[in-house]
Design a binder for this molecule. Structure first.
Ligand SMILES: *[C@@H]1O[C@H](CO)[C@@H](O)[C@H](O)[C@H]1NC(C)=O
Ligand SMILES: *[C@@H]1O[C@H](CO)[C@@H](O)[C@H](O)[C@H]1NC(C)=O
Ligand SMILES: *[C@@H]1O[C@H](CO)[C@@H](O)[C@H](O)[C@H]1NC(C)=O
Length: 725
């Protein structure tokens, strides 16, 4: 009996007292020391030496180790590297994982904020016992190795806050996974394929650009879904709100379209929903109309009817945005007919808010992806030699009509267009008093004037150099009368004065007077006015892009080669950007001779650009120059200055966030979300490709700028939340 007790006592003593035999095996101890060296001696590992009792270190936030039978089972190291710093150039992610693979007993590994960089090597999967892998806040880049899907013991995979890109490999084989967080990378465009065991799925802040796949319906354990700040498109999937376990749903900052069906019901446990900053229309389901003790709802930045109008856009914003999101900017000739049919169907569907359309949309996107290189939503890095270059097919008149209808939604209620008399204009300009001459150039003379009704106008005089038939003049003024858009210095009316036989014709165009200075003055005249912050700058750029899109589609052929210098962008009192001095439609010499058509002035002849397509790309290039100045605050005077600036931007984009931030206009630092800036910089560089073919289409530019705004909005609202709490 006594012997028995003694035995128990001995057992208890030996199992609780530290003894060398229970410490880490010498080979694993050595591996830890090697790790310390590979990680370049982070302060969290400062206690490591050859006689450290690794298994008995008290756990701390920066280091925690567990062992079982002299083997390491869990290792968690948290560094204090600021997000912009990486380990030295000699660090090798391959050596790191080779070393780690000598710890096959590990079931939990967490290496956070250590400045780790490089590709994730495929040998990662040798850590096959891992249940939890956490590599948050490092600088891993490249794609996620497909071998990772063989780590079937994984329950938690956290790769948050790195620079991983490309398509996510099929993760369905991860049959135990409950917790997947890939947020804050550059992953996309396809929504990843995942297993049904997930409880928490976080894909926020990536480049996913596809509809939400219907199979998410089968994730009956899913409690948290966060896909915010991506480019998710397609109709809002109502099933998400009634998933059986769902508690937290964040769909904000995407391009989701359409209306909720009337019957949407929220799951019992659903306590947080954010659908803000999408393109949603229609009414709000009962459970998403307001906050309650049960549910916190964010729905601003859509076009909901019945939401707080202060925080909802008008319906045209969502329809237009939906068009921008759906219409492929590029259509190849082959199969374009059937595609156009589909697209028209989609457009109609979005406007009508039909649910069936989500399927169509899905099919259409798939088709576009498969059949034409089309638009996969990534920033189109066309300078990459590996990517197929885009073929721009000339738009058919039908397409153009359709497009212009779409973009014309942006036209605002100006005073109705009318024909003015010469007397009215003489009165308004005091007989064309030289005092009132604002500008004289190849685009004609511009006078400031005051209309009888008290409004200020601008009168542009164009003397035609040769005779045109009455018919072509009529055609010309008919097109002119369409040049009314929120983002153009719009034409209010005209007056044509001709001598005998249409000789010495002068056309007077009566235009809006935009009084708040040029875009450049809002970037430079800091003594005179408040400088534009980042969101206002992107909004101005979007305005310019919309104006260009309108000009390209308002007539056949489109109005291109628009002389888009930053001095020609004017702002009104609400800081709405308006293009001034744009080109005018071509005047055909006589009605039977379409080929011999030309524009009224020597400087804006179509021949200068060779073709409409070339002229479109010229406009995109000039928009790129405007964007460059908006971002850097630096006007570029010469070709070599421009090349240097482009190169610097390219380099800093590739290097790190701090470098890129340092390239921005000091006035805007601290006002932008980094991803918003990065998107704008990427699209700028694409616009400025030397090769016109490599420049994106204007629709493409617009999409990316809208994305940049969405990211910015998401950032701003989260900043607000964090400063409030
Ligand atoms: C991963 O690490 C981050 C940063 O320390 C932490 O916030 C998060 O909870 C960890 N996740 C898991 C599943 O361990
Ligand atoms: C991913 O990033 C790497 C390096 O950062 C780059 O070389 C590669 O082209 C990128 N791939 C994609 C698909 O963007
Ligand atoms: C819920 O409350 C938040 C914070 O007060 C607010 O921003 C949000 O607009 C509210 N949601 C609705 C639907 O009113």
């Amino acid at each position: 009996m006594i012997l028995h007790l003694l035995l128990i006592l001995i057992l208890i003593l030996t199992s609780t007292s530290p003894s060398s035999s229970q410490n880490l095996s010498p080979s694993q101890s050595k591996t830890l020391l090697r790790l310390q060296r590979l990680l370049e001696y982070p302060s969290s590992l400062s206690s490591f030496s050859s006689n450290t009792p690794f298994c008995y270190l008290p756990p701390s936030p920066s280091l925690s180790i567990s062992c079982s039978s002299s083997l390491l089972t869990s290792l968690s190291i948290t560094g204090d590297k600021p997000p912009s710093l990486t380990l030295s150039p000699t660090f090798s992610s391959d050596s790191l994982f080779t070393t780690l693979s000598r710890l096959p007993s590990l079931t939990s590994l967490s290496l956070v904020s250590l400045g780790l960089w490089g590709p994730l090597p495929s040998k990662l999967h040798r850590l096959s016992n891992l249940k939890s892998l956490n590599l948050t806040s490092n600088h891993f880049y490249g794609s996620i190795p497909p071998e990772l899907s063989t780590m079937t013991n994984l329950q938690a995979l956290i790769l948050r806050g790195n620079s991983l890109n490309g398509t996510v490999p099929d993760l369905r084989p991860l049959s135990s996974i409950t917790d997947l967080d890939l947020s804050g990378n550059l992953l996309g465009p396809d929504f990843p394929s995942l297993g049904k065991t997930l409880v928490s799925l976080v894909l926020a802040r990536n480049h996913f650009h596809s509809p939400i796949p219907p199979w998410l319906q089968s994730l009956d354990k899913l409690q948290k879904l966060d896909v915010s700040s991506n480019r998710i498109v397609g109709n809002i999937p109502p099933f998400l709100f009634s998933l059986s376990s769902i508690q937290y749903l964040d769909l904000s900052g995407n391009g989701l379209t359409g209306a909720f069906p009337a019957s949407v019901a929220c799951a019992d446990e659903l306590g947080y929903v954010d659908v803000s900053n999408n393109l949603l229309t229609g009414g709000l389901p009962l459970c998403l109309r307001s906050n309650s003790s049960k549910i916190f709802v964010l729905n601003s930045g859509n076009c909901f009817i019945g939401g707080d109008p202060k925080y909802q856009h008008s319906g045209s914003y969502c329809n237009q945005g939906a068009l921008a999101a759906v219409l492929p900017p590029v259509e190849k000739k082959s199969g374009s007919k059937s595609q156009l049919g589909l697209i028209l169907g989609i457009v109609g569907g979005i406007i009508g808010g039909a649910v069936v359309v989500s399927l169509l949309l899905f099919v259409a996107l798939r088709r576009m992806k498969q059949e034409t290189f089309a638009y996969d939503g990534k920033l189109l890095k066309k300078s990459d030699p590996g990517l197929p270059s885009i073929q721009v097919a000339p738009r058919t008149p039908a397409e153009t009509r359709h497009m212009s209808q779409a973009v014309r939604i942006g036209t605002i209620g100006l005073t109705p267009y009318r024909v003015f008399s010469l007397e009215e204009l003489e009165e308004a300009t005091n007989d064309f008093d030289p005092e009132h001459l604002i500008e004289e150039g190849p685009q004609g003379k511009f006078y400031k004037g005051w209309h009888r009704d008290g409004s200020t106008i601008m009168v542009r005089c164009i003397k035609l150099k040769q005779k045109y038939s009455t018919q072509s003049l009529l055609q010309f003024t008919e097109t002119i009368s369409k040049l009314r858009h929120r983002h153009l210095v719009s034409i209010l009316g005209h007056c044509v004065v001709s001598g005998q036989d249409n000789a010495n014709t002068t056309i007077f165009l009566v235009m809006e007077f935009v009084s708040n200075g040029t875009l450049r003055s809002h970037l430079t005249e800091w003594r005179k006015r408040e400088m534009l912050k980042w969101p206002q700058r992107v909004a101005a750029a979007i305005g310019v892009a919309r104006g260009i899109q309108f000009l390209h589609t308002v007539a056949v052929p489109g109005i291109v080669g628009n002389n888009l210098a930053i001095e020609n962008i004017l702002l009104d009192e609400t800081l709405t950007a308006k293009i001034n001095n744009y080109n005018l439609p071509v005047l055909s010499k006589n009605k039977n001779n379409k080929i011999g058509s030309e524009s009224p002035f020597s400087t804006c002849e179509g021949s200068e650009f060779g073709s409409v397509e070339h002229g479109e790309k010229e406009d995109v290039y000039q928009l790129g120059l405007i964007l460059l100045e908006i971002i850097t605050g630096k006007p570029t005077q010469s070709r070599s200055e421009l090349d240097t600036l482009k190169l610097q931007l390219q380099k800093s984009l590739a290097e790190n966030t701090a470098k890129l931030k340092a390239m921005t206009d000091p006035t805007i630092r601290g006002t932008f979300a980094y991803d918003s800036l990065r998107t704008a910089v990427e699209v700028t560089l694409n616009c400025l490709s030397n090769e016109p073919k490599e420049r994106p289409s204007i629709d493409d530019v617009l999409w990316n700028l809208q994305y940049s705004v969405q990211v910015q909005d998401g950032w701003a609202s989260s900043e607000n939340l964090s400063t409030q709490s």
